[in-house]
Write a protein that binds this ligand. Structure first.
Ligand SMILES: Cc1cc2nc3c(=O)[nH]c(=O)nc-3n(C[C@H](O)[C@H](O)[C@H](O)COP(=O)(O)O)c2cc1C
Length: 162
């Protein structure tokens, strides 16, 4: 049972079956706030508290993430599908209405209405194919609400069934 040879299409097909929580990563850029929807967020280390996420080097947010020290991490609730879609849509005005945000610790844009947020200090940007794995240490945050999370599965946003 050799399966199929490795390829971008095989990776996509397999990860359609991988259900993931949905996050938005933000940063302060020279021309204003930037951010993107991400399912690659991972908790990496407890002490020191580290997270990681992957970011495409072709992403509009990448230059700001390369040029800054701090990033924001937001865990979206099941009611935030529209926000997730906005932060994934190329060319969208991601921080205009109806997005509600404020300047948080370290000048990082912090989104309103999320289940939880963190502000993290970038400690590494590891090359990985057409992405970079960003590693960042948690420096501020708030587990705002115990609401239900937004999920992504089979190419669409969804939620827990129970
Ligand atoms: C559910 C979902 C998860 C995503 N996860 C990531 C991710 O982990 N890393 C990443 O670089 N882009 C991810 N993207 C793509 C970005 O959200 C965004 O669409 C991409 O950066 C293109 O935006 P841009 O045109 O502003 O560069 C994801 C998109 C969706 C819909």
């Amino acid at each position: 049972m050799p399966g199929r040879p490795g390829s971008p299409g095989l990776l996509r097909s397999v990860f359609r079956r991988h259900a993931a929580g949905v996050a938005v990563i933000t940063a302060r850029g020279e021309a204003g706030p930037v951010g993107f929807t991400a399912t690659s967020l991972t908790s990496v280390s407890a002490d020191p508290p580290l997270v990681s996420f992957g970011v495409g080097t072709g992403a509009s947010s990448w230059p700001a993430i390369l040029g800054t020290d701090h990033i924001g991490v937001h865990i979206l609730g099941e009611h935030q599908e529209e926000l997730a879609a906005t932060f994934a849509r190329s060319g969208a005005d991601r921080f205009g209405p109806p997005t509600v945000w404020r300047e948080g610790p370290e000048g990082v844009p912090v989104l309103d209405g999320v289940l939880a947020w963190l502000v993290c200090r970038i400690t590494g940007r590891v090359p990985a194919g057409d992405h970079r794995i960003v590693i960042a240490e948690v420096v501020h945050g708030d587990p705002v609400s115990a609401g239900r999370p937004l999920l992504y599965h089979q190419g669409r946003f969804t939620a827990l069934r129970d």
